[in-house]
Design a protein around this ligand. Structure first.
Ligand SMILES: [Mg+2]
Length: 260
């Protein structure tokens, strides 16, 4: 139950919209006091690293840029590693644009090496049409994540997976997905932490992304019941998380007991 490092989801695990979640702050303070490396791993491609840090700060949690891995950053890293061009057409918001430009990509509406699709709350028919045309002309199709719906204060709204599908259905081309539960994101997170799979625990609220991500990568998992998934999601013979907790408070109490 002692892990050298942690991979931690944000929404539904650390906070819910603009509300902090019980125990999140205390848990992170514990990691800081015990010098336990940890990284936030999120499918949210709309926020920049500094926006994520500012949000955590609001809840009394200190984080550094290098501790925040969004699916936008992971997509930019992926494209950079491929060394197959740096002209990118994107559907997305500031978080994606910043991540791409930080890695030297040129974001353009013209002939592109890549089309990257992330959540875009100002999506238009024209953006979809441009993406489809560029993919038909040979651009590689990348999507930051396949989330079908995203929880908001006003209920579930369309997630990036649904935008991606519009382009995929029209072109008949399947995208390369980057975010959780894809292995691309695990590899990058472990690389940043300089740790192996056996040393880390993946913590998250979403069975289909966070927990599947850990299970597929053979990383131990902790599912917290503060977000999307409930105990009902664990029925029907699905692979179980290593641990299940009400929230990070109960997890902290458990590890404090065992490790003392
Ligand atoms: Mg979550």
């Amino acid at each position: 139950m002692k892990y050298a490092g942690y991979l931690i989801d944000l929404d539904g695990t650390m906070y819910r919209g603009n509300e902090p979640i019980d125990g999140a702050k205390e848990f992170i303070q514990h990691l800081q006091q015990t010098s336990t490396p940890h990284m936030y791993v999120t499918n949210n491609a709309t926020s920049t690293q500094s926006a994520v840090i500012a949000k955590l700060k609001k809840f009394g949690i200190d984080a550094k840029e290098e501790q925040v891995l969004t699916s936008a950053i992971a997509a930019a890293n992926y494209i950079k590693e491929k060394q197959a061009g740096n002209q990118v057409y994107m559907i997305g918001e500031v978080g994606l644009r910043e991540a791409l430009e930080k890695e030297g990509m040129i974001v353009t509406d013209e002939a592109s090496d890549y089309v990257v699709v992330g959540l875009d709350r100002e999506l238009t028919y024209e953006k979809l049409a441009t993406a489809c045309t560029l993919i038909r002309n040979g651009a590689t199709f990348i999507s930051t994540n396949k989330d079908a719906a995203i929880p908001t204060e006003a209920g579930f709204k369309p997630g990036n997976g649904s935008i991606t599908q519009a382009v995929a259905v029209s072109t008949g081309v399947k995208p390369i997905y980057i975010g959780k539960p894809e292995a691309i994101m695990v590899e990058q997170a472990l690389h940043y932490l300089q740790m192996s799979k056996e040393e880390v625990l993946m913590v998250g609220d979403n069975y289909d992304t966070d927990i599947t991500f850990g299970i597929d990568a053979q990383i131990d998992t902790l599912m917290v019941l503060t977000g999307v998934s409930t105990r009902e999601h664990l029925q029907g013979g699905v692979k179980q998380p290593t641990y299940i907790e009400e929230n990070l408070s109960t997890w902290l109490a458990r590890i404090s007991q065992v490790n003392n």
